[in-house]
Design a protein around this ligand. Structure first.
Ligand code: SER
Length: 628
């Protein structure tokens, strides 16, 4: 059965059992600022799982567009995707385990036609500390279900994954695992749930691909939760009956069923192909990548899977109105797309090939998600533009990357690779791996957090008019701007302070406090200072620090700006400054600034020239300057 039939027949199956079909909620959640994406079908239904009556009743079914950013790095194996469709059915305090488990089993075996012998299930092993016992009820129901098929259904106590790897299948059909595997909530295991969060034990169903040999890398023996790829989880029935409290758990006023099954995976099982990328949901794109690259999927599965998955994620996000950016969903979109560009390069796909894959990527969703074909052109355009943008800095970024030495890429370098050259962290990590280096992720994340806080709090005020864009030319002018301000202070006196600025790819403009018109000689001296600093090839460093510390360096403030507690400071020079030791005390210029800047003043690559000096208000002068 193809994905269309599987989706439709699932909805029909549950409709016949009294369920109302609801629309997929948008992939970007409405009215939920706590999360970037809808990552499961239950997410929009939380109020109803808590007891609020749903207008369509107590039984619901749908296919939900879902996105899991945390799985980006898992993509490349036979079963993980960032975007996926989740088939879901819910009982809002209505039916429970006795109906749910046989229904899903019947749907799989009688409608989709899976062989019951290839099906294995799991249940919660219980937890003393939580005071929640083993899920004997589910175990008993599963024994009845397999019994009807005349199958022996031995129960095996696995408890932990390690134990599973050590002991293997042991002839079992029903396996019990602890809360790491058989408990579900939006935040994960019971200990991770915040007070008020809902969840409960679950029962997963696995399909076995008998032609996939167990890989000992994942444990001595295989078992349903082994990651080798022989078993894939194709559905999860969660019994949402608990709410976290300060002391433990309370029973909810109603017992709910929250079922979710991956459409991609059920389709793979129905074709007995142990690879979701070989189902009709991805094949048109995989074939097109093979055709354009002249390479075979078998030998390039990893790269082709990443491209096909990431494009699909980008397409669904873009169809929901997300644009590439450096924050929130836009940042995830950018990460996906840039990572796809890197993998396109490893396959030698021509520049601009990615946007041409939109047509095949959306084909499986024709007449299912009409927004995709309606926005086809706009989505292509976004992908084309973002690829081009990335390519303008890719080569320079690679050059910068090649200059990094040692075993570890510092958080600061990873941060600069991102802010200045647009390298998403995954790209930096993969490049590092190729060079047998690691990335100091923690430090990178700290730098990013501070940077984001700073750009939200101060950047707009700091650059009135601001940077026109983040293009290479504009960034060069931004660094020249810092050199110029310092040169003005040297020549005209320390009381010169910036009052406004505007920087484009063609020129820079600065407004500053100064009582008199500049003489030609002053202009010449200022130009000379800036040009000397360009010639001296001074490194530019960015450091995140406490505001008070920055003030001890005499860092240049913007007039009246409010800065957060942690600030980002850019310093130019001295000659021997390094990212590990920026030697800010000896720098030529130090400013509170969110960036971006060039890595070294030699990148300014030209002669700085003042083209205009004029008054804009009483005591305020304006300079326009270019680099020729
Ligand atoms: N919410 C559960 C999951 O995501 C079942 O849909 O696995």
């Amino acid at each position: 059965m193809n994905s269309r039939e599987i989706r439709q027949k699932y909805l029909d199956f549950f409709r016949k059992r009294g369920h109302a079909v609801i629309h997929s909620a948008p992939i970007i959640p409405e009215n939920d600022p706590t999360t970037l994406f809808t990552s499961s079908g239950m997410q929009p239904l939380v109020p109803y799982l808590l007891g609020q009556p749903h207008p369509l009743g107590k039984r619901l079914v749908n296919s939900q567009k879902s996105f899991r950013a945390e799985d980006i790095e898992e993509v490349g194996d036979n079963r993980h995707t960032t975007f996926f469709e989740m088939l879901g059915n819910w009982s809002l305090g209505d039916y429970f385990k006795q109906e749910q488990l046989p229904w899903f089993f019947d749907y799989l075996t009688k409608v989709v036609g899976l062989n019951p012998n290839r099906i294995y299930v799991s249940a919660f092993s219980g937890d003393h500390e939580l005071g929640i016992g083993r899920d004997d009820e589910s175990i008993k129901i599963w024994q009845e279900i397999f019994g009807r098929e005349n199958m022996d259904a031995k129960v095996v106590e696995i408890i932990t994954e390690e134990n599973g790897g050590d002991n293997g299948m042991q002839g079992g059909r029903i396996f019990t695992y602890n809360a790491n595997k058989n408990w579900w909530s939006r935040s994960g295991t019971p200990d991770k749930m915040p007070v008020g969060e809902i969840g409960g034990p679950d029962s997963e169903l696995f399909y076995e691909f008998t032609h996939i040999e167990h890989n000992a890398k994942f444990g001595k023996h295989c078992h349903p939760n082994c990651d080798c790829g022989r078993f894939i989880e194709i559905g999860n029935s969660v019994f949402i009956q608990y709410k976290k409290t300060v002391n433990g758990f309370d029973e909810l006023p109603q017992r709910n069923v929250d079922f979710g099954g991956g459409l991609e995976r059920i389709t793979a099982a129905s074709e007995n192909r142990a690879d979701v990328f070989q189902t009709d949901l991805f094949l048109p794109t995989i074939h097109e990548i093979e055709r354009v690259s002249g390479k075979k999927y078998e030998e390039n599965a990893y790269a082709m899977r990443v491209i096909a998955d990431h494009l699909r994620g980008v397409i669904f996000m873009a169809s929901a109105g997300i644009q590439a950016s450096n924050t929130d969903q836009g940042y995830i979109l950018r990460r996906l797309l840039r990572r796809a560009v890197r993998y396109a390069d490893t396959l030698s796909l021509p520049n601009g090939a990615l946007h041409l894959l939109v047509t095949t990527s959306i084909r499986p969703f024709e007449n299912v998600y009409n927004e995709l074909s309606e926005k086809h052109g706009a989505i292509q355009h976004l992908i084309q533009e973002e690829e081009a943008k990335f390519r303008t800095t890719l080569a320079r970024g690679m050059k910068h990357f090649e200059e990094l030495t040692g075993d570890t890429i510092s958080g600061q370098d990873a941060f600069v690779l991102f802010t200045t050259y647009g390298f998403p962290i995954e790209v930096t990590q993969e490049l590092a791996k190729e060079k047998r280096m690691t990335v100091d992720l923690l430090a990178y994340e700290t730098a990013m957090k501070n940077h984001q806080a700073l750009s939200r709090a101060g950047a707009e005020q700091k650059f009135k008019g601001g940077l026109a864009d983040n293009s290479e030319a504009t960034v060069r002018y931004h660094t020249a701007h810092h050199l110029l301000l310092k040169a003005l202070q040297i020549v005209l006196g320390p009381n010169v302070h910036q009052r406004g600025s505007n920087i484009t790819a063609e020129r820079l403009r600065i407004d500053f406090v100064s009582p008199h018109k500049m003489t030609d000689d002053e202009k010449r001296q200022i130009e000379e200072i800036v040009n000397n600093k360009i010639k001296e090839c001074l490194p530019v460093s960015s450091t995140v620090m406490k505001k008070e510390e920055a003030e001890t360096y005499g860092a240049e403030h913007e007039f009246n700006a409010d800065y957060p507690e942690m600030v980002s400071v850019y310093s130019v020079g001295p000659k021997d400054a390094t990212p590990e030791n920026p030697k800010i005390k000896d720098a030529f210029s130090v400013e509170f600034c969110g960036g971006p800047h060039v890595k070294n003043t030699k990148e300014l690559n030209g002669t700085f020239k003042i083209i205009k000096e004029e008054a804009v208000a009483a005591g305020i002068r304006r300079i326009k300057a270019v680099i020729e």
